[in-house]
Design a binder for this molecule. Sequence first.
Ligand SMILES: NC(=O)c1ccc[n+]([C@@H]2O[C@H](COP(=O)([O-])OP(=O)(O)OC[C@H]3O[C@@H](n4cnc5c(N)ncnc54)[C@H](O)[C@@H]3O)[C@@H](O)[C@H]2O)c1
Length: 368
Amino acid sequence: MQMPDIRLLLIGSGAVMLGHMRSLVQLKGVKIVGLADVDEARMARAMEMLEEPVPGLLDYRQLLETVEADACFIAVPNYLHRQVACDCLDAGLHTMCEKPLATTTADCDAMIEAAERNDRFLQVGLSCRFSRVDSTAHRLVVSGMIGEPKMVWAREFRAPFAKKYQDWILDRDRSGGTLVEKTCHHFDLFNWFTGACRESNATRVYGSGGADWVYQDHAHLPVGVTEAERPTLNIIDNAFVTVDYDTGARAQLLLCMFANRGRKLEVGVQGTEGAVVYYRLESLVELYDGDHPKDPRRIEIDIPDDEVGLSHQGQAYLEQLYFFDCIRKGERPKVDGVVGKRSVEIALAAEESVRSHLPVEISATPLV
Ligand SMILES: NC(=O)c1ccc[n+]([C@@H]2O[C@H](COP(=O)([O-])OP(=O)(O)OC[C@H]3O[C@@H](n4cnc5c(N)ncnc54)[C@H](O)[C@@H]3O)[C@@H](O)[C@H]2O)c1
């Protein structure tokens, strides 16, 4: 028997939602039935991507009241995630909320609780878990080929944040800070890889970072930003963060947000018997094991042609397929509110440690 289409609402139509829409509009069995955004021009741009117009409202709550739906995608600024997600869950919608889950642990708890209370799924957009490159690396680690993971690292050297709606991304109060906004992805990877062989909980976080270049008076402005648009900001643009785990593993992040040249995204896992290192931008995984102790086995990941042009080389598309599959099967998504909260806990501790210059102890929320 053919299942009815999943009726989907989209809330927020900024850069990320437009990226999601490139694949959402093609998905079989999913029908976008409404949009909401406070900015009419952005909403109009999103509407143009649909074959047929659907209701588009400035107030998402009116959309929830007037349009029948089964699920929603949320891509609004981080500080709004809690309110919007709780309203969607209370309206009975399975909810896919962009990362970071929220900007405080109390907000994460409220969202997790709203999903439980309404018996709806809450998935968080930690989409690296769906990348073909990251998941190949994870499968190798889980297989035990490199023994027990002891050290994990992520080095991301990239260009500054792109311009966002009302510069929310440059304001710690609205974004949670750079280590919440950007590197919740990396902290999630640390949790995922250290927990690949047995459950791991982060226990202590040490951070050192600063706002040393991006948008500072002496600095070049990012491409596309004029002097008149130079914003004030209270976020950091570079950091080293170390995370200790109760398995004895430790993880380290190196982040630079002003690497206009020398872009780099490297993630590695050193185990007791070998290592896996990967480069997502190059779709390359290297395996150092007993057979390849010095020169690694190079695994070039084949990204199917129809995924290459999609958001984040298809990882958002694979994330979407998973979310809708969970809804159809009635299976709780693995990348749920608890997983989202665990990365936010580390990120907030890292932000605090950068400010206090002291290590911050945490007791990570147990996985359920
Ligand atoms: N998964 C990923 O890899 C990834 C990558 C980048 C960003 N994100 C996340 O996606 C979210 C959106 O980021 P973005 O880059 O699209 O930002 P953006 O500023 O480009 O878009 C945000 C949109 O939300 C709209 N908005 C603001 N308040 C609203 C409200 N009350 N109701 C409805 N719409 C409202 C704005 O008008 C804007 O169109 C953020 O949480 C961000 O962290 C995820």
